[in-house]
Design a protein around this ligand. Structure first.
Ligand code: ATP
Ligand code: MG
Length: 416
């Protein structure tokens, strides 16, 4: 990608009302554009980053047998009335709107109801189970307060997965698979060492649900953990009887601020019962489908990664989520020729700064954008057959041959 062809420009200033460092950098570096409080557009660099996160999640879910769909955002009130969730007293974040022909519609804040109802058409017998269906979809929530840039917004990208099983045993088997898949996902996006599976309140039927919480100072939640972090719990379940059950004592627990990046729930019959999702078992007897749901806030994850890795100069992306692998700055005539050829060979990996600007300005933008490696291809080092590489995260500098560089880029593209 050639920067001279892009409409992206880095900005000197961030909006005054953005307090999170990640939000300021994401806006200044041209990843997102703020429409209004809690509403953001994803620009080319931001969309590539979001897509990379989405693809990691997709790969890991497909590995455990999940099927992807995309459901509508517009919601039929009749369905939500069956579960009592159309009511603004019950769900206080609805965006509701009106049909010009008369009648109301909702903008989906989540999809349990339509997903359960849709599967009624396809689930008839025990032979149809289990099923694991997920989507990446825009959710709308009328949050009282938008916060921390893309971390709490009124329109956001969620991955929501729903499982449909014949009984609790087969449900539990899949639930553990999702736990493992989530661990791999957070590992791959660069949050593995600071994301914990926590005990959270489980709603009506099951005692606990689980959340995945990333320790980060701007997090809205507080989590508690024991010394070796083998038991981590949310504030709402930090009760004497729960602590006793989990074998931890008040005095042994430490606390940290954290952001919820995902959660997994055993729903049991919470939605299949009121929405009448049934199947015939081996004996021909009618049974209710046993359900689970599993969310990840994809755009929030992007904000959390940005927040965790940023330094005082700008963003720093882990390689797997970075929009490009290398930021190339050409200097001189031969440098420009070599850099341009390299970019045409690896357009998906290289962001070529071919703008008419001083190298110092380009170096500053490379830092702000947080591309993992900056490579300067100049006449001076080319004379010795070398180019200069700088690692954005470690600051490590290296001289590489052009062959090294080509091999690195080929390896990177092969891994994707
Ligand atoms: P929270 O407790 O943060 O309000 P939630 O418990 O309502 O979230 P879910 O309804 O289970 O969350 O949504 C699944 C995931 O979507 C959450 O784990 C979180 O990562 C993300 N998410 C929820 N609300 C928002 C929001 N307003 N903006 C961005 N991401 C969100
Ligand atoms: Mg929550």
């Amino acid at each position: 990608m050639k920067l001279s062809h892009s409409f992206i420009k880095t900005l000197r200033d961030a909006p005054k009302d953005e307090s999170a460092r990640s939000a300021q950098f994401l806006i200044r570096a041209g990843y997102v554009h703020k429409e209004l409080a809690g509403v953001y557009d994803y620009l080319p660099l931001g969309l590539r980053t979001l897509n990379n996160i989405e693809n990691i999640i997709r790969e890991e879910l497909n590995k455990i047998g999940c099927e992807e769909v995309r459901m509508s955002a517009l919601q039929n009130p009749a369905l939500w009335e069956k579960t009592g969730r159309w009511s603004d007293q019950e769900v206080d974040i609805w965006f509701k709107t009106e049909l010009s022909a008369g009648g109301e519609l909702g903008l989906a804040p989540t999809h349990e109801e339509p997903m359960t109802d849709m599967l009624k058409t396809y689930i008839k017998s025990y032979k149809d189970l289990p099923l694991y269906v997920y989507q990446f979809q825009t959710k709308f929530r009328n949050e009282l307060r938008a916060k921390s840039g893309i971390m709490r917004t009124r329109e956001f990208l969620m991955k929501d997965l729903y499982s449909f099983s014949a009984d609790e045993e087969s449900h539990n088997e899949f639930y553990h698979k999702v736990e493992d898949a989530y661990k791999r996902i957070y590992e791959r996006v660069g949050l593995g060492d600071c994301t914990y599976q926590t005990f959270a309140s489980g709603g009506i039927f099951s005692k606990f649900s689980h959340e995945f919480q990333t320790v980060i100072p701007v997090g809205e939640d507080t989590i508690y953990y024991n010394k070796d972090k083998s038991v981590v719990l949310n504030e709402e379940v930090k009760l004497p009887e729960v602590m006793e059950e989990l074998g931890v004592k008040e005095g042994d627990l430490e606390s940290a601020r954290a952001a919820e990046v995902g959660n997994i729930f055993t729903l049991k019959y919470k939605y299949s019962d009121p929405l009448d999702l049934k199947f015939n078992d081996k004996e021909g007897k009618e049974q209710t489908v046993f359900m689970g749901c599993y969310g990840i806030g994809v755009s929030r994850v992007m904000g959390v990664i940005a927040e965790k890795y940023a330094d005082d100069k700008g963003l720093v992306w882990p390689v797997e989520v970075a929009p490009y692998y290398m930021y190339v700055v050409p200097i001189g005539e031969e440098g420009t020729k070599v850099a341009t050829e390299l970019e045409s060979k690896f357009p998906e990996s290289i962001l070529l700064d071919d703008r008419d600007a001083r190298p110092g300005e380009k170096f500053g933008d490379a830092e702000l954008m947080g591309i993992p490696f900056r490579v300067v291809i100049s006449d001076k080092t080319l004379a010795e057959g070398k180019v200069e590489q700088l690692d954005r995260q470690t600051g490590e500098q290296k001289l590489l041959t052009l062959d090294d560089l080509t091999a690195i880029l080929s390896g990177y593209e092969k891994d994707r």
